[in-house]
Design a protein around this ligand. Structure first.
Ligand SMILES: [Fe+2]
Length: 222
């Protein structure tokens, strides 16, 4: 074990726990690993947004000029964008798009009869901060039918653009029964666990019935 600026492993772990949220993430464990594995890529899918009116905000649960809040379970999705060396990637663009709580995309190509939510468009983008962090407030998406015999489990679509690499992928929720039957998630095989986030209880500064969803994203170089 290499020393890290005079800190013991126990001290570094303690700091990670004190920092909260990222304790179980790849970015923290990367302190002790030579390299991380890249987050697996996935298809763009048919519902990449055509409307981007809410691009400027990281809060997808409210729309400008509308008094209501999006229906469904509020989640705070956060994590770090790092490279395989575990170095945080500052200024990476993180785009998120998703279905609403009913499993419907606000997209003209979505033929799912599930209802639209007038308070939810399901798209946002932001750049990572100096530590490579991103954070969105949104709604846990519902499952939706992708074919007659295929229900997609709840998932978030991401596109992450660094200075060198660009990744299009999807993030999944742990413990979803549909995960085991999803064609796209199962295709990831040994990389499957890296596409599934950790869900934590809410911290004291957010809604008591919300959830914290932690997911780090690993690009190859940056
Ligand atoms: Fe999707």
């Amino acid at each position: 074990m290499k020393e890290h600026k005079g800190l013991s492993r126990r001290q570094v772990l303690g700091m990670a726990i004190a920092a909260g949220g990222f304790t179980m993430s790849g970015a923290v464990s990367s302190v002790f690993a030579q390299t991380l594995k890249r987050t697996p890529g996935e298809i763009l899918g048919p519902f990449y947004p055509v409307l981007r009116s809410v691009e400027k905000t990281a809060d997808l649960t409210v729309l400008p000029g509308k008094p209501g809040r999006a229906a469904g379970q509020v989640i705070y999705v956060m994590g770090r964008v790092v490279n395989v060396q575990g170095e945080p990637l500052r200024g990476a663009r993180v785009e998120l798009w998703q279905a609403n709580t009913h499993g419907r995309y606000a997209h003209p190509s979505d033929t799912n009869p599930a209802p639209l939510d007038p308070n939810f468009e399901g798209f946002a983008a932001q750049n990572t901060d100096a530590e490579g962090r991103y954070r969105f407030k949104t709604i846990k998406p519902g499952a939706y039918p992708a074919a007659a015999d295929w229900m997609r489990p709840p998932h978030l679509h991401f596109e992450v653009t660094g200075k060198i690499n660009r990744l299009i992928t999807q993030m999944y929720f742990p413990g979803e029964p549909l995960n085991d039957k999803d064609i796209l998630l199962q295709q990831l095989r040994n990389n499957r666990e890296r596409a599934i986030a950790k869900v934590l209880a809410p911290t004291s500064d957010v809604e008591p019935d919300s959830r914290i969803v932690v997911w780090d994203i690993v690009l190859d170089k940056g």
